[in-house]
Design a protein around this ligand. Structure first.
Ligand code: IMP
Length: 496
């Protein structure tokens, strides 16, 4: 049976599928969503905002980068931006323009929620202030105003998307409370010379000045005619979709480690990245969701700051390594030579953890899609995955970038954590402030010699690679349905 048929049979009973990340983002959710989307009619976002970044491909292989609009756009599926999504209208319109060019003007139906929190240049300023004020402990955000948007929404002083259609005076009135609340911060920022660029540097007319409520209202209202065809009550649209038996795919943004409630707080994003967010961010009842597919990166990565218990090397150094050795990432022959030599050292058992990290950073081209920052790499982390599985409750896992282990003779795997000498129970983790005190318990698992890059048939996987997967599955007690073997859409093994 073809991969597609197996996948169809597997997914068919689950009309509403949630796809989430199990690590700290960048697991390759875009590619997995791209693959399973074929079996769904509608794609839905339910949290996060432009901090997410997915690269997807049209059926004729054209590339489309989406930050706000769900992945279904490229495959001409209906796209719903649920109420839980945070919206920067300028970026939304830019994405639409880009999509129109790539898709030849033919867009699928796109719905934008009238009550989603609405970005203003002030949110960007507040974020800059918070990161400055945290100093060394900064979160390392993507700079898209996500924390302030979500936070100020909870404070009940956020403007909402549909309010741009209100009478000008009324809208200015709504913005005034937010502006007043932020005055002390703006004053402090001015005093410290921190007002460099307003509006993420994207709106030159506002550069260097803090716009007042009238200016912000006029800026946001200027988008009103363009967004009008898309704005609606998406919870109603989704409810109708369910009634009409449409098949829906709910795509998570970020990942469990960045979930504001169950991630490594405060080093998290500000929304619901866990599967439960699909209900909260769309207004669909809990029982609407059939199954969850959790995407996990074989070797987890993290950008920004915060706990990462199975990290191979020190964060700062790992991030700087990318900056200082950019040719290893951009020059094909330098990269190949480095990887060959380093793999020899690793297999001779002579590589330090820093050197292992460097190898996998280069091999995986570990640089952030939204920010271009270097990503730090960790060992396979079974305790973290058991925690992530406990919170997300996936029916299956998609294990991406499994090909990165090709040729590595022995693979160190974290199978447990000790805290104060005591082994933690499966699914249990300490609070984030104690995560740097845990001692990982390693096992060395046998790898395989063959390069599995691009394989897409389970039968062609080397026996040792299959054993590795079975062993991992036994530890995680969850089926690994999909295994990524390369960046291409077809580079995937479907396991029955
Ligand atoms: P924010 O979401 O921009 O507030 O950033 C908070 C944290 O989440 C930072 O450590 C970011 O690097 C991280 N983050 C946010 N979005 C993504 C993503 O899509 N991939 C990986 N990390 C992310």
């Amino acid at each position: 049976m073809s991969n597609n048929k197996v996948l169809k049979n597997t997914l068919w009973p689950y009309r509403n599928l949630v796809v989430v990340g199990g690590n700290w983002g960048d697991e390759g959710k875009g590619k997995i969503i791209d693959l399973v989307m074929e079996h769904y009619d509608v794609t839905v976002r339910f949290s996060g905002g432009a901090n997410a970044g997915h690269t997807v491909f049209t059926p004729d292989h054209q590339k489309l980068v989406s930050h706000l609009i769900p992945c279904g756009l490229a495959q001409h599926k209906e796209c719903v931006m649920g109420r839980g999504e945070l919206v920067d209208l300028r970026l939304f319109l830019e994405e639409l323009e880009q999509a129109k060019k790539v898709l030849g003007g033919r867009l699928p139906k796109i719905y934008l929620d009238q009550m989603s929190p609405l970005w203003t240049p002030w949110h960007g300023l507040l974020e800059a202030w918070l990161e400055f004020a945290r100093g060394k402990g900064k979160v390392g955000t993507t700079g898209k105003g996500i924390g302030p948007l979500e936070g100020l929404y909870k404070l009940r002083i956020a403007p909402l998307v549909g309010q741009v259609f209100l009478e000008r005076k009324k809208f200015i009135g709504i913005l005034e409370l937010l502006y007043k609340t932020l005055q002390p911060v703006f004053k402090e920022m001015r005093a410290k010379g921190l007002i460099v660029s307003v509006g993420n540097g994207r709106d030159r007319s506002l550069q260097g000045n803090i716009p007042n409520p009238t200016q912000v209202a006029d800026l946001l209202r200027s988008y009103a005619p363009k967004i009008k065809p898309f704005v609606t009550d998406t919870s109603f649209v989704l409810h109708q979709g369910i009634k009409n038996k449409q098949r829906m795919l709910f795509e998570g943004a970020q990942a469990l480690g960045l979930d504001s409630r169950f991630g490594t707080y405060p080093y998290v994003s500000s929304g619901n990245s866990a599967a439960f967010g699909a209900s909260e961010g769309t207004g669909l009842p809990m029982q609407s969701f059939g199954a969850t597919l959790m995407v996990v990166k074989t070797l987890p990565t993290r950008v920004g700051s915060g706990p990462f218990p199975s990290e191979m090397w020190r964060r700062q150094e790992a991030m700087e390594f990318v900056k200082k050795n950019i040719e290893l990432f951009t020059d094909k022959s330098a990269k190949a030579e480095f990887l060959n030599r380093r793999l020899e050292k690793i297999n001779a058992g002579k590589a330090s953890n820093a050197e292992l990290s460097q190898y996998f950073q280069v091999l995986g081209d570990e640089r952030g899609a939204t920010t271009g920052r270097g990503r730090s790499v960790g060992f396979i982390d079974i305790p973290w995955l058991l925690y992530s599985i406990r919170i997300n409750g996936p029916k299956w896992l998609a294990l991406t970038r499994f090909d990165m282990l090709s040729g590595v003779k022995t693979v160190p795997v974290v199978v447990g954590y000790r805290l104060n000498g005591k082994l933690l129970a499966p699914g249990q983790l300490p609070p984030p402030w104690d995560m740097d005190k845990v001692n990982p318990v390693f096992e060395n698992w046998p790898g395989w010699k063959e390069n599995i890059y691009g394989l897409n048939d389970e039968k062609t996987l080397p026996k040792a690679a299959n054993n590795f997967l079975n062993h991992l599955e036994n530890h995680l007690k969850t089926q690994i349905l999909l295994v990524g073997t390369g960046p291409g859409r077809k580079d995937i093994v479907v396991r029955v």
